[in-house]
Write a protein that binds this ligand. Structure first.
Ligand code: NAD
Length: 356
């Protein structure tokens, strides 16, 4: 069997705490189910700056390129907030995304029925919510040229640009994801105002003929933002560009109650992936055992599914988490019985107990 190479990048703040629990879960399953996964570890973010003077050292980037999948904890923190832009920990994420061409960002927003009281919406609006936002990650206005500030600093400008190829490749990821789910795909754009969105809509519509089993709809981004908080369960898969996806995925995140529950995957065309919790390094709770490790553990479940097609092992993790929540066990960020609040490592251990 070909070995599967996984690189752990714990990072800063609560990153090492939550990724340690994710690693324990992966190591348990690897041994129990003989998954053939080989785990290595490297430094990224603020801790890499301290050791090597840069947030993404060459050795880390080389190790990332050689791996099949990367699990990243989180990067950043107040100690590095005043560094020049290129040295800031968050630059490491942009470096990894562009060097590995991780153009497809998948962010599921799933609300466990045991946590519907934690959502900002009424529980009947979000009960059994299960949607997937697919955001184009390496193009659009965040990267378009020209960009800059006029000489007199009286104006500034950015360029929103997408090529047919860029739209087509993210479109294919979205149609294929919809095929594996409830076969509804909603493409979000601003085609009433932006030429780039007119092209986006044309390319996505043309692709639809290759996926006749998927029902495609289009929605303007302002309406999509409203619909996400009005009737979020109408969505199955949403596909959109970099800027719109950035905003919509954060709205969707809040529907699920805690940012500590949400995993993400960023994939390239070879299914090489960077998997990470949506949250940051949470300096306010770091080192106290208060962090919720579930987003990091669910990121491992996504890795098993998307990079290794190990769907059974992936579902085993999801089921174990549901079982723990069904018994009322929670972490400090979630609403529930104070007597059942577990520390970061106790939550990791409880999830492993359910896997045994
Ligand atoms: P954050 O996500 O770190 O924290 C926001 C709030 O959510 C905090 O109150 C925090 O305690 C809470 N929280 C986050 N994750 C949690 C978890 N697993 N369990 C329980 N509570 C959790 O966002 P922030 O405070 O804006 O950013 C802190 C640092 O993280 C900054 O340096 C920022 O640049 C960085 N950041 C990194 C990433 C990343 O590595 N992908 C993402 C976002 C922010």
């Amino acid at each position: 069997m070909k070995s599967r190479e996984v690189l752990f990048l714990p990072g800063d703040g609560i990153g090492p705490e939550v990724s340690n629990e994710a690693r324990k879960v992966l190591e348990y399953l690897n041994d129990a189910q003989d998954l053939g996964i080989n785990i290595s570890q490297s430094v990224v973010g603020g801790c890499a700056y301290e050791e090597f003077g840069k947030p993404l050292p060459e050795a880390t980037l080389e190790a990332a390129k050689k791996s099949d999948a990367i699990l990243l904890g989180a990067v950043g923190g107040p100690a590095w907030d005043n560094l020049q832009y290129d040295l800031r920990p968050e630059r490491a994420l942009l470096g990894l995304r562009s060097e590995l061409d991780l153009f497809a960002n998948l962010r599921p927003a799933i609300l466990s029925k045991y946590l519907s009281d934690s959502s900002s919406l009424k529980s009947e609006k979000v009960l059994d919510l299960d949607l997937l936002i697919i955001r184009e990650l390496t193009g659009g206005i965040y990267f378009g040229e020209p960009r800059g500030t006029s000489d007199s600093n009286q104006s500034a400008f950015n360029t929103m640009v997408y090529s047919r190829d860029e739209i087509e490749r993210i479109g294919r990821v979205a149609f294929e994801a919809a095929q594996k789910r409830n076969k509804h795909l909603c493409s979000v754009d601003k085609a009433n105002v932006l030429e780039v969105s007119v092209l986006w809509r044309e390319v996505i519509s043309k692709l639809a003929s290759e996926y006749p089993d998927v029902h495609l709809s289009h929605m303007l981004v302002d309406n999509a933002a409203m619909q996400l908080v009005r009737e979020p369960k109408q969505f199955d898969v949403i596909v959109t560009g970099n800027l719109f996806g950035d905003i919509l995925s954060d709205i969707a995140a809040m529907l699920t109650g805690s940012i500590g529950m949400l995993p993400s995957a960023s994939l390239n065309s070879k299914n090489q992936g960077l998997y990470e919790p949506v949250h940051g390094s949470a300096p306010d709770i770091s080192g106290k055992g208060l962090a919720n490790p579930i987003a990091a553990i669910l990121s491992v479940a996504m890795m098993l599914k998307y990079s290794f097609s190990l769907n059974k092992a992936s579902s085993a993790i999801e089921n174990a988490i549901q079982e723990v929540l069904s018994e009322g066990y929670i972490t400090h960020d979630l609403e529930g019985d104070d007597n059942k609040k577990l520390s970061t490592s106790d939550m990791g251990n409880k999830i492993i107990e359910k896997l045994i």
